[in-house]
Ligand binder design. Structure first.
Ligand SMILES: [Zn+2]
Length: 355
């Protein structure tokens, strides 16, 4: 059987080729936030089980956690090294898992730009040495800046990244909710809905450099999962945006590669609609965090009497409990629960056997 895309980490123009393939075939790729080898391996295992591409991404905080919480992050050193370590883990193992991975970094705010500076240096080094960058793509989130400043800084970075064909993700409007220490829960409601003119401005400017860019435009989406009715998604904003740009630049249908942040807790209908309007990447973090924890919690509850002491359980006063408290046992339960939830999202995104 021939595969459309190889196993391993996808870099260069092949990244946009996968997105193009997804857009044409009306599926989306889950972008999964990872924090260490448990979530990284579970993500690769799930992608292989679905025979479908996955995006594995690190937030700044996730990268720091991967490096280790005791380290100082002065000059973004822990987030740079934690990201590189994660990337090397995935480069080493993705093919062995038989998974096809787009390796990405999530929101980088203006105050953290040194993080991306460090990763660009690492990418350039690997590109020169092996003809392949470490990361497939990076996101810059300057959505708190005025639009012109946002795009100006993104263009500067995109010009540099484009020299080794790295894809850029930019954010327009603001994703509501709270993630990774950035709290947008009380943001002005207007900012939660991006205007077609703003996307058009970004499309025009970034397109002058290369086609390797994707845009997170807000349509009422938020990070996190809240009480039903609190989040009002308006996917028609995405539809209007695509139509506006198609007419203005005389392109084919759905010209923009769109990203849906805060996908956790979304309905099948919302996901389906957004895919129809050109969303090729849907970020899933909160639901997977919860699933991992549920797997561990269920195990702890089930084996409570085997975990209270090292020796002695209901089967005997002096029976050792080592095989119950070995962290490999309960961490694996977290991984399996994470995998089950993620498989559901692959199905919701119509991304099954797409490779
Ligand atoms: Zn996000």
């Amino acid at each position: 059987m021939s595969r459309k895309f190889p196993y391993g980490v996808i870099t260069g123009n092949a990244v946009i080729e996968i997105f193009e393939y997804a857009k044409e075939n009306l599926f989306s790729i889950p972008a999964v936030n990872v924090v260490g080898s448990n979530s990284i391996n579970a993500a690769m295992e799930t992608a292989a089980s679905m025979n479908s591409p996955i995006i594995i991404q690190l937030s700044n905080g996730g990268a720091i956690f991967n490096a280790g919480k005791s380290l100082s992050n002065i000059s973004q050193i822990a987030s740079i090294k934690g990201s590189i370590a994660c990337a090397m883990h995935i480069h080493e193992l993705a093919r062995l898992y038989k998974s096809t991975v787009i390796l990405h970094t999530d929101h980088c705010y203006k105050k953290n730009l040194q993080w991306i500076d460090g990763l660009i240096r690492a990418n350039e080094y690997y590109y020169k040495k092996f003809g392949k960058t470490l990361f497939s793509s990076h996101m810059l989130d300057l959505s708190k800046e005025p639009l012109e400043d946002n795009i100006k800084i993104c263009k500067k970075y995109f010009n540099i990244m484009n020299k080794c064909q790295i894809t850029i993700e930019v954010e327009l409007g603001v994703t509501g909710g709270e993630e990774d220490g950035t709290d947008n829960t009380n943001i002005d409601n207007k900012k939660l809905y991006t205007q077609p003119e703003e996307v058009s401005y970004a499309y025009d400017n970034l397109g002058s450099i290369s086609k390797n860019f994707i845009i997170a435009a807000s349509f009422g989406n938020v990070h996190g999962v809240y009480k039903p009715g609190n989040v009002i998604l308006r996917p028609e904003i995405l539809e209007n945006t695509q139509k506006y740009i198609k007419n203005k630049f005389n392109t084919k249908k759905n010209p923009v590669f769109l990203v849906f942040h805060g996908g956790s807790g979304s309905s099948e209908e919302e996901i389906k609609k957004s895919i129809n309007y050109g969303v090729i990447k849907i970020n899933i973090d909160t639901d997977l965090q919860y699933s991992f924890t549920c797997g561990v919690r269920n195990y702890m509850e089930k084996y409570k009497e085997y975990l209270n002491k090292q020796i002695g359980n209901p089967t005997g006063e002096y029976v050792p409990n080592k095989k119950f408290y070995d962290p490999r046992i309960w961490l694996r339960e977290g991984e399996l629960s994470f995998k089950m939830k993620l498989q559901k999202y692959f199905k919701l995104m119509n991304n099954v056997n797409t490779l």
